[in-house]
Write a protein that binds this ligand. Structure first.
Ligand code: PLP
Length: 354
């Protein structure tokens, strides 16, 4: 039985993408060679990389607007330091909305002065801070659009006179936004795109070249832009699979189409959390994430029964992160609405048993 995969990652992909990717590992495009055996400099792979980069910009509505898309390595965690190395000259402002923002701040502090414009750490990050100022003489402002661990999501972004950098690792391609408000977006592939191993970076070229420090080649966005994201051997399987997912999303009708599905899933999930007295949502209602729903079971005595029911119902990956506890239902793009229906049925069945 195919499981209902609510895991926070890595990674949830459409079945057709998994099938095509697995075929390519054996025989890529009827070449008689595996995707992971062919030269990354071959036309066949360079075409894959180009298509993946173009699809990313197209889906985000950023084509022809001065942006470049790159598929880099080192995970989103490397972007914590790479953004600072490339953009931080004197001071930057960071919104601290969760563990991943906190880590980004820690890395950037190695290079220069960081100012936390606001933080929700005092409430264990169960809300998104609002009403802060971003000084216009700072180098950039950094935020995290979706806080995977705590289940909060920025529903709007501040007006900002300086470059805005956003970690979209856990909600990229899940909702329509005016993506031109961002100057640099980064996202590890392993939630809404493909297997771990590559990180999408979308960058407005004109924000680069403004810091005085020397930047090692691998850490310099300009190096990767000038080499078409092929400066060193790219993670071919992760890039190819991401390309297949982006193609799948385009054929589905793009971000607007998946957003509709994501809203249906989130509505269903949160209405069960709110209506069922056995459960309690963790995040403040107005900041709830459509990707990761965090909640607790109020009656500990029912834990074993609930978890047995989850197991029998084929529900996978529902355990909450250790810093929040309880449960976390991650509802990434590839999770079908039927999986949420299956989970919600178990939750209401538990209520009838209690
Ligand atoms: N940022 C966010 C929002 C994440 O959810 C994660 C991982 O889950 C990361 C950064 C770290 O990503 P990576 O493991 O690719 O370094």
């Amino acid at each position: 039985m195919k499981k209902h995969n609510f895991s926070a990652g890595p990674c949830i992909l459409p079945q057709e993408v998994l099938l095509k990717a697995s075929e390519a590992v054996v025989d890529f495009d009827n070449s008689g060679l595996s995707l992971i055996e062919i030269s990354h400099r071959s036309k066949a792979f360079v075409d894959v990389m180009e298509k993946a980069r173009a699809l990313a910009l197209e889906l985000l509505g950023l084509e022809g607007k001065g942006y470049k898309a790159l598929f880099l390595q080192g995970g989103a965690s490397t972007q914590f330091l790479m953004t600072a190395l490339n953009l931080l000259e004197k001071r930057a402002g960071y919104l601290n909305s969760g563990t991943w923002s906190d880590k980004a701040i820690k890395e950037a502090k190695i290079y220069d002065d960081i100012y936390e414009v606001a933080s929700s750490k005092n409430a264990n990050f169960n809300y998104i801070p609002k009403g802060y100022d971003i000084p216009s003489d700072y180098d950039y402002f950094h935020c995290t659009s979706n806080n995977t661990i705590f289940g909060t999501q920025m529903k709007s972004f501040p007006k900002c006179d300086i470059p805005m950098v956003c970690d979209m690792s856990s909600d990229i391609f899940s909702r329509t936004l005016d993506f031109t408000q961002f100057d640099l977006i980064y996202a590890g592939a392993q939630k809404n795109m493909g297997p771990a191993g590559t990180t999408l970076v979308v960058i407005k070229e004109d924000i680069l070249g403004k810091v005085s420090r020397k930047i090692p080649s691998m850490m310099d966005y300009k190096t990767h832009i000038s080499k078409g994201s092929m400066f060193n051997t790219p993670p071919v399987f992760a890039v190819y699979t991401s390309m297949l997912t982006l193609e799948w999303l385009k054929n589905l009708g793009g971000i607007a189409a998946i957003e509709e599905e994501n809203e249906k899933k989130a509505r269903l999930m949160y209405s069960e959390i709110d209506l069922n007295p056995l459960f309690k949502g963790y995040a403040t209602k107005e900041d709830r994430s459509n990707m990761n729903a965090t909640f607790t079971l109020e009656n500990e005595n029912l834990k074993e029964t609930f978890e047995t029911m989850l197991k029998e119902g084929g529900i996978n990956g529902l355990n909450g992160h250790r810093s929040v506890g309880g449960y976390r239902a991650s509802m990434y793009n590839a999770l079908p609405l039927d999986s949420v229906k299956a989970l919600v049925e178990i939750m209401s069945e538990l209520e009838s048993k209690a």
